[in-house]
Design a protein around this ligand. Sequence first.
Ligand code: HAM
Length: 469
Amino acid sequence: MPRKIVKKIKKAVTKKSKSEMKVKELEPVMLQPPRGMKDILPGEQPYWEQVRRVTERLARDYGFSRIDTPVVEFNNLFNRSIGEGTDIIEKEMYSFATKGGDKVALRPEMTAGTCRAYIQHGLHLLPKPVKLFSTGPVYRYDRPQEGRYREFYQVNYDAFGEQDPVLDAQMIQVAYRVVQNLGIKSIQIQVNSIGCPTCRKEYKDLLVNYLESKKNKLCQDCKRRLETNPLRVLDCKEDKCSQVAAAAPQSVDHLCDDCRNHFKNLLEYLDELDLPYAINPQLVRGLDYYTKTVFEIWSGEEGGRKFSLGGGGRYDGLVKMLGGENTPAIGFGLGVERLILEMKRVQAKPYRAPKPRIFLAQLGDLAKKKSLKLFSELEKNGILVAESFGRGSLKAQLRVADKLGVELTLILGQKEALDRTVIIKNMASGVQEIVSVDKLVDVVKKKLKTDNVVTYHDNGNHNNHSENK
Ligand code: HAM
């Protein structure tokens, strides 16, 4: 072989082994999600399903329409809405530049996106109040611990275009109903009014004067907050700051007439609704857009840590500030993981999916083919069926049926497949009967007592809908 070609081959081989080495050097794939994020496995889903059912049902009952907005929005939407001096904007946003150079962020909450969509799509033209329901993942780069994640799910209810405090009371009622319907009984509703921009300015000056006089007793974060966001000093969790906050001037004592009346009326409505609320003068919330009413729903764990299951308030200035019309608004968000933690703590029931009460067994190639179709026929008629098509032996299939605790087993063998019949076996008595395929749906429904047939979706082909509620 000419020396030139040999050299070429040698070069190619060396090149190949170098690239192979590169592959070997690749970092192993981490078999876990990033810190503060988690999978929601099938075993957990009954709790999530229960939250979905309860929250969607209450949204419907109280007249909310669903809205979905992107998880990613332009950065400045959040900066402007939530406020530059807040922990969320200063420390917790997942912000990044796209390949095209857009400055965007994963949403750290859902209100800003909802307001953006409300303005952009002219939703103000709808009859007021415009009630919107949204749910999905939210991202905050906080220090993870129990009940605090970097990716978590929220359910939000927001209403636009009504300033009457009767709506504030109804929103608090919705939040209470969600938690109550999930089986969480012992909760506390914390309410406060932080006034409008006019009366809050005066109150802020008073508060800053007071806090300045106690500055040496505040934690480092609060010393900084004193400059950037003095109201936030009031809900600092540090003991020494709580002591300072307890003696601080209270916003409710410095409201203008309009805000005072609003708050007074709200409390009257809450009394009328018999809701278990407490006025909490230290409740200010961690987002800057709130005006007048603010509230939180706390889990009532005695002696232990109190979680905020949800919170919200009025944000009468936000839509205008983002470029829309002057629009009063109020809303709240609930943390799904926290609701589930609390459900588990109080042993509230998760959703129980309907179980099949019928098993379809088959024997032989033709029967297997026919069973596939028969299964679909039963499904179309809303009858929930279990099967184990991969198994050949009837004995093995009947064992599965037994394990599942079904009431009837339908058996399709070679003879039945040819005769267009099915054997129905009553699992309790062992009695068997032969039924024509054409009559099967009717006979099965009758046997399971029509009203109790477990149907799991409504496709218009059947009338029964009896899943657990
Ligand atoms: P938020 O109080 O920041 O309000 O969040 C609402 C709820 O989300 C909290 O009460 C809590 O249950 C849950 N949550 C917050 N951070 C975490 C976390 N790191 N891990 C797990 N759960 C968490 C808002 O987001 C407002 N946008 C609510 C609202 C809607 N206001 C008006 N409309």
